[in-house]
Design a binder for this molecule. Structure first.
Ligand code: ADP
Length: 496
């Protein structure tokens, strides 16, 4: 017992020491103006920056204003307009972004820039080492505790390990808008209100209306859940943090929870914004009492998500969108009011939806005069948005390979086969006997389908080997939501 309490107090000492170290430089920053990253990017592009100092340790970047034309007007993090003069310093939160990532989001680094080590000290290297040595020892102990102890308080400070790996997309990045999401009209309508809220929170606040904090997007893979979440951020012009459920879960217990905490901390600094959690089922499964080991990490992570979602106020401006293709296995606690209390379902598109998606993905592709997207949409029953995007891309690649100027129906038809069954196996030497057998077999399916009154009409028969199939018969299936007994019987007969 005493051993344990010693282990508990030592880290606390470490925290106190670190706090003292950090306190001094932080207070030096107190008088500065803090602006959003998007504002900083705009500033960097306008050529009004003299010197930039990155402080990745503390997650800040300090910029010295260099303006020749009198004071500049900036909007700070609280939405106030402030005037800054030549020589003034402003700072912005950069989280754990590297120089390369900053440049990727559009920040233009001036010639005069510097990266500061956090523990920089005027007294020189010796004293730094003197201060750092016990710290390093304590950090080592932390790490050890993280492996051994469960749920110890200070573990999240241990290292970058606990940092969420969320990727940040700022409004300056190429935008996805609702026009890029085709055929999901109901889902878009449901999310329109979230967009309105992110754009203008005050209107909702004035009305006393509470907007859901969390929206759960459900649907099979490839139906555009991620795309839709991005489109909401794009429409509202707000930053977008995205992380996948599986990224929360690491080898060590407690890391996931710390990452959740860090993610929400980052998000709260950039309000209004969207936090997108993909594959939430990886952590949000129903909690079960029985199975020992392994589950603890997931459970802690889930608990932390629940706590964070309860912890911020509804109208703060952080909206959590989560995606899953298994809503049935989610923990009921996630669905409670005040958490993910709104569900938006995305189904595989119907014929009209498929046509619209094909249109979106053929926007920047030259199509031949014989292309009929309507027909293609009818042919591709059961395809998801991702399949259709893939279909268009495959056809474009085929057209390039064939040195054509446009994508014609021939390439599109062939791509449908490729998406369904894989590429043609040209190298496979099928002996004539096998080919004949395949022909008889496929003709059997086709004949039955053709002769039975309720079976779908035959569209195409092929005895070209693709993927693991020797051949196939494709039927023209319509969108249908009910099945009659006779229809089901004829369909079964065709398949068998
Ligand atoms: P999910 O997250 O549901 O698995 P994604 O959003 O990642 O699916 O979709 C993958 C890709 O499929 C998208 O990048 C997009 O190109 C395409 N896609 C899916 N649904 C649609 C849609 N409704 N409209 C246009 N493109 C779509």
């Amino acid at each position: 017992m005493t051993g344990l309490s010693l282990k508990r107090t030592l880290p606390l000492l470490g925290v106190a020491l670190m706090f003292l170290l950090l306190l001094m430089p932080l207070s030096a920053l107190a008088g500065e103006v803090e602006i959003r990253l998007s504002e900083a990017i705009g500033l960097s592009k306008s050529d009004n920056l003299g010197k930039v100092v990155l402080d990745p340790g503390r997650g800040y970047m300090t910029m010295t204003i260099a303006t020749q034309t009198g004071p500049l007007s900036l909007v700070d993090v609280d939405g106030r307009t402030v005037e800054v003069r030549h020589g003034a310093e402003v700072r912005t939160n950069i989280g754990n972004m590297s120089i390369a990532e900053l440049e990727q989001v559009g920040f233009v680094l001036p010639a005069d820039f510097d990266v500061r080590a956090t523990e920089e000290d005027a007294n020189g290297f010796g004293s730094i080492l003197f201060l750092l040595l016990p710290l390093m020892l304590i950090l080592g102990l932390f790490f050890f505790l993280m492996r051994a102890g469960r749920g110890s308080a200070g573990q999240s400070q241990a290292s970058n390990f606990a940092k969420s790996k969320a990727r940040l997309a700022t409004p300056d990045m190429p935008r996805v808008s609702f026009t890029d999401v085709a055929g999901a009209e109901e889902a878009k309508e449901d999310l329109e209100e979230v967009v309105q809220f992110l754009k203008d929170r005050r209107r909702f606040q004035a009305m006393g209306a509470i907007v859901p904090k969390g929206v759960l997007l459900t649907g099979p893979p490839g139906t555009g859940k991620t795309l839709l979440a991005r489109a909401v951020a794009g429409e509202a012009g707000v930053p977008f943090f995205s992380i996948s459920g599986s990224e929360f879960v690491e080898m060590f217990v407690g890391v996931g929870a710390a990452r959740v905490r860090d993610l929400f901390e980052q998000a709260k600094k950039q309000t209004p914004c969207i936090v997108f959690m993909d594959e939430i089922d990886a952590v949000g499964r129903q909690r079960t009492g029985g199975m020992p080991g392994g589950h603890e990490e997931r459970e802690q992570t889930l608990n932390q998500i629940l706590t964070e979602m309860d912890g911020f106020e509804a109208n703060l401006g952080v909206i959590v969108l989560a995606a899953t293709n298994r809503p049935d296995i989610l923990d009921p606690a996630l669905m409670r009011p005040g958490r993910f209390d709104r569900r938006v379902a995305l189904d595989p598109p119907d014929t009209n939806g498929r046509k619209a998606i094909l249109q979106v993905h053929s926007r920047n592709k030259p199509l031949g005069p014989d292309v009929e997207l309507e027909y293609l949409a009818k042919e591709t029953h059961g395809f998801t948005g991702a399949d259709l995007a893939n279909l268009m891309n495959e056809a474009a690649i085929l057209a390039v390979r064939r040195k054509k100027m446009t994508i014609d129906m021939k390439e599109l038809e062939e791509s449908v086969d490729r998406v369904i069954a894989g590429p043609e196996r040209k190298s496979l030497k099928v002996n004539p006997m096998d080919r004949e057998t395949t022909a008889y077999h496929e003709a059997g399916h086709a004949l039955v389908a053709h002769l039975l009154p309720q079976a779908d009409p035959v569209l195409k028969i092929s005895i070209v080997a693709r993927g693991s199939m020797g051949g196939y018969t494709r039927l023209l299936t319509e969108d249908r939501y009910f099945m009659t007994y006779s229809k089901l019987r004829d369909t079964l007969a065709t398949l068998v």
